[in-house]
Design a protein around this ligand. Structure first.
Ligand SMILES: [Zn+2]
Length: 352
């Protein structure tokens, strides 16, 4: 959803009633994009929850850095390159635009013209080595920083001009092999620094499964020290269950913005282990992050049959915990990492 669409949608909806501040301050929005919109001091000063602020492309890494420096207790900075911008990055250094983009999209026949129109709008390719060097700097500067938003997307078509509204889309999709070539070294860095990851996965269920298996095998015990969040999770219930069982360090988070549109999210919440679920807004205007995240807290509470805290009491028996306390505990376990290792069995054959 674009910023304009989000603003529009926000105006049309009556505000969701938020709980008292002593409850709200235990809520964590595990995935949002505040720097995609104007972040005002007022909005940040009144922000009552913790947010995980994602970056996605070259321009916003420093914005997230700035936000985290200004509000260290409220912002978990997340650095990384989103699959929608992965074509801007070239694996080999010193290549021209033409040398980088033409083989990437291999335009033929009728798509030639489209490619000629697109090329002037595309930035000079950024060498992967530069991207990784900056990511390394950012992860070393913030001990709490995560890798995000990164991932795989086999549905996103490259727009002629990302900044234009409405966006005119081409037929080009960034090939999965290129997405992986940009993603995997970022994940390697996250593992090296023992950092958690926020992953975007759209129309890439099998590729995501294979990636998790490969990373687990490649990184061995180090892999289990970190946690992975499949954000705005759109997997089928079957795929999620398989991942949940196979990878004890993988969590799912849901948003009303993305998941609320599909009835599948209720089935996913139902299927998800109560200890592996997180909530997010996936929103841009930070003024609305608490509200959007709270809506998902309410949905999860309803489906899981959890009570909702109306006041905060410190000493409660686990069986009396409400949704906020349970989700907070999940977040703490996510952050702590060091997950149990289960034996890796061959994947059961799945029907398509
Ligand atoms: Zn996102």
């Amino acid at each position: 959803m674009s910023v304009a669409e989000q603003r529009e949608a926000t105006l049309q909806q009556p505000p969701t009633l938020l709980p008292p501040l002593d409850v709200l301050r235990h809520v964590v929005d595990v995935h949002c994009h505040p720097t995609d919109s104007d972040v005002t001091t007022e909005a940040m000063d009144t922000l009552a929850i913790t947010i995980c602020a994602m970056s996605s492309r070259p321009a916003d890494q420093s914005l997230v850095r700035g936000l985290a420096n200004a509000y260290p207790e409220k912002v978990v900075p997340c650095f990384g390159y989103h699959p929608w911008f992965s074509h801007w990055i070239s694996v080999s250094p010193n290549v021209t635009k033409e040398e980088h983009y033409r083989p990437l999209f291999s335009p033929s026949g009728e798509h030639q013209k489209m490619f000629e129109r697109l090329l002037p709008h595309l930035p000079d390719p950024i060498p992967l080595a530069d991207v990784l060097a900056e990511l390394r700097r950012n992860l070393s500067s913030f001990s709490q920083a995560m890798l995000g938003e990164v991932g795989l997307d086999r549905a996103a078509r490259v727009p002629i001009d990302y900044a234009a509204t409405p966006r005119e889309l081409t037929h080009f999709i960034v090939p999965l092999e290129h997405q992986l070539a940009i993603l995997e070294p970022q994940i390697d860095l996250a593992v090296e620094f023992y950092r958690n990851i926020s992953i975007h996965s759209v129309k890439s269920q099998q590729a995501t499964m294979a990636l998790l298996d490969r990373m687990r095998q490649k990184h061995g015990s180090k892999w289990h020290r970190i946690s992975i969040d499949l954000h705005s999770c759109g997997l089928s219930v079957e795929t999620w269950k398989a991942i949940e069982k196979r990878h004890l360090n993988v969590y799912m988070s849901l948003s009303t913005v993305i998941n609320g549109r599909s009835p599948n999210h209720r089935a996913l919440i139902e299927a998800c282990s109560p200890s592996r679920i997180l909530v997010e807004s996936d929103y841009h205007p930070v003024e609305r992050c608490a509200e959007r995240t709270w809506e998902m807290v309410l949905t999860v509470a309803e489906i899981k049959g959890w009570a909702i805290e109306t006041t905060w009491t410190e000493d409660l028996r686990a069986e009396d915990w409400g949704a906020v306390r349970r989700l907070e505990r999940n977040w703490q376990e996510f952050q702590k990492g060091n997950h149990e290792v289960n034996p890796l069995r061959p994947v059961a054959r799945q029907t398509p």
